[in-house]
Design a protein around this ligand. Structure first.
Ligand code: FES
Ligand code: FE2
Length: 426
């Protein structure tokens, strides 16, 4: 439970807010490279941390991300002409390059040097693994680009999807550190006890997720954030540990069974306080994905299937997330098709910003409690001038999620298997 003041502090990310300033110390995914497929292609609207921006790819292939409203009199640069290494406002013809410099001002006399005094807000961009990233913080603190394994492997090793979610970013990310909901929200009928007897070689840990529905958390502080072990009873004398990673400020990697399926990571990036981008990544560290695997992790199989030509989810509040009550009675716990849609119904259903002063947190919420504490501390520390370490040391993010079945007396984070399998190769 948080006070109303803490809840506002942790969920608000506009410029000037403590959490907004903290987030602006880190690189963030902003677009798929495929949204700007070629030089001088049409610009794209971007909303990020409450700021309206326009992205364009200039004649040299460089991506620009600049304020949406033209510095002249505020017309939207989304309607601009993307030509000859800059975007030209169609209202009076002022033109801006990827760094926001005004490079042409044809509405002023030729001898005027007014254009040299005009600068649009512009944020630097880099491209990694088919994703365009940006940094919106102070120029003098420009952080080295992101080094998540999924952002460093060749494009052939990674599949990236994104969707717009209509609620505050934090309730979406918190769902990724709530291992207990897997045993309910994402379960099928018949009963979990019956299903527990069925072994799935593609998802060996599922048997334990179903049979033990009250996981115990152990949370280990790390330079990159938190290593989160969710412990369930396995065979006698053993525990099954699902090891997820929370990476500051809004990245995660979800505990999985190494080798059984591709690794899974998310970034939950605020568009504004009531909407966020949910980025869902699947990657292989050591090999390209097969065509079947690429299909498996994209399109209809993406975490949140989206409406064609947009990033809005097909399942949404207007269609009750496609719930079928007969399915709920006979086939699945929710009656909602697809894991991502099930999550969506829960997180959007909380309202735009859930009121955390009214919660009743239990032991299964331990990881969420710890993440909130870390975020609040980091944002307050920055207010006191303490810069986040990980932002300037992205090599700390060279990690993976994992899982392990271990003897009950072995601390999970010290087991050789966990140490070895959580080390990124790329
Ligand atoms: S508003 Fe953009 S050039 Fe005038
Ligand atoms: Fe979920």
């Amino acid at each position: 439970m948080l006070s109303k003041e803490e809840n506002a502090l942790i969920s608000q990310t506009d410029r000037g807010t403590p959490m907004g300033e903290y987030f602006r110390r880190f690189w963030m995914p902003v677009l798929l490279s495929s949204e700007l497929p070629e030089v001088d292609c049409p610009p794209v609207r971007v909303r990020l941390l409450g700021e309206d921006l326009v992205a364009f790819r200039d004649s040299n292939g460089q991506v620009g991300l600049i304020e949406a409203n033209c510095p002249h009199r505020g017309a939207s640069l989304f309607f601009g002409r993307n030509e000859e290494s800059g975007i030209r406002c169609v209202y009076h013809g002022w033109k801006f390059d990827v760094e926001g410099h005004c490079v042409d001002m044809p509405s002023e006399p030729a001898e005027s040097n007014f254009k040299h005094k005009v600068q649009a807000t512009a944020y630097p961009c880099v491209e990694r693994s088919g994703v365009i990233w940006t940094y919106m913080g102070p120029k003098e603190l420009l952080a080295p680009p992101p080094e998540f394994e999924w952002a460093r492997v060749p494009d052939s090793h990674v599949v990236v999807n994104k969707a717009i979610i209509s609620c505050n970013w934090l309730q979406v990310m918190e769902g990724d550190f709530d291992s207990s909901h897997i045993s309910f929200l994402h379960s099928r009928l018949p009963s979990p006890e019956e299903r527990a007897r069925r072994y799935d070689p593609n998802n060996p840990g599922a048997i334990f997720n179903r049979s033990d529905r009250s996981p115990q958390y152990t949370v280990i502080p790390k330079d990159y954030g938190l290593m989160v072990g969710a412990r369930r009873n396995a065979d006698e004398d053993k525990y099954y540990w699902r090891v997820s990673q929370w990476l500051t400020p809004f990245y995660d990697m979800i505990g999985h069974d190494p080798g059984a399926m591709a690794m899974s990571a998310h970034a939950t990036v605020p568009m504004d306080d009531h909407h966020c981008w949910s980025w869902a990544v699947r990657w292989e560290g050591d090999r390209p994905m097969t065509a079947e695997e690429r299909t498996q992790w994209s399109g209809e199989e993406a975490r949140v299937p989206i409406q064609p030509g947009s990033f809005w989810p097909k399942a949404n509040v207007t269609n009750d997330y496609l719930i079928e009550r007969e399915m709920q009675r006979t086939k699945s716990f929710t009656g909602i098709p697809g894991i991502g849609n099930q999550d969506l119904a829960m997180t959007e259903g909380m309202g735009p910003v859930v009121d955390r002063s009214r919660e009743h947190l239990g032991t299964s919420d331990l990881a969420i409690i710890r993440i909130r504490r870390e975020l609040l501390q980091a944002a307050r520390a920055l207010q006191q001038g303490v810069e986040p370490y990980a932002a300037q040391h992205p090599e700390v993010y060279h990690i993976r999620p994992t899982s392990a079945v271990l003897p009950r007396d072995v601390p999970f984070d010290q087991s050789e298997r966990v140490v070895e399998t959580t080390r990124a190769r790329a």
